[in-house]
Design a binder for this molecule. Sequence first.
Ligand SMILES: [Zn+2]
Length: 305
Amino acid sequence: MSTIDIGGVEVERVVEWVGPLMAVDTLFPDTPGDEWNDDLAPDHWVPDSRAYRAAIQTWVLRSQGRVILIDTGVGNDRDRPQIPPLSHLNTDFLGQLAAVGVQPGDVDVVVNTHIHYDHVGWNTRLADGRWEPTFPNATYVVPQADYEYYHPDNAHRMRAPRTEDERARFEGIRLVFADSIAPVYETGQMTTHEGGYRIDARLRIEPAPGHTPGSSVVWLDAPDGGAVFVGDLVHTPLQIGRPGDCCALDLDADGARASRRAVLAEAGRRGSTLLPAHFAGRGAARLGMTDSDPVIEEWADLPRI
Ligand SMILES: [Zn+2]
């Protein structure tokens, strides 16, 4: 089964890419090296190379008669100097989407949890040498704070890069804005939100800033605990027990820690299913509470990748 039902909302995942990305000791500088243990292998890290193993995936929801996508991966044909392994990808993402019964014209809402290259790519596709919206009937919902932060007109306001790696990423984000954000703005399909956005009676977007200024999560409210789609608030299962551990890509580390603590505590109290953007393996897990700490109760019934 590739579909899970959460409070009457059908949830499926479409995987664009999975594999080892970079060294865990670089990506998670707050996490002691010996925290990476056998329980996390082989799904979430590769012990021999000490590489973080990530999936890049889109959550596909059917709620109240509409199709909603949460995050849209890297996309094909992109120039991505900031991440050479994912530059000029050529995947069958749209075929995978069709395999779960979704054609581009069927999509009603696209949520970008934040504006990073691996969350906005399939917003657009290349057609006759131009970037056009992949989903012609969709409203694209984007955080206003990220739209402003990454808009090329405001580039002078971004803080100076601290490392060479960061310099490449800051350069790369200009390309991301041009090929994945500007084209959906230009067709009038984009709407931005500040302080939250309601998708329907069950689904609402809430700000969870830190990873980027506008990073957001999507709550699915349901009596059985529902779910929360957290984007890049959580990159590895280790952060559920260690919410103070940042990813090196978190722009505002203290803000990311505060958002992660708050969302995980709420999800643990409710017994919500946590659906991050990058968990490989079963991709999602229902949380609970032990003492006052959120813990994984049960992995989702999704195919293990
Ligand atoms: Zn990401």
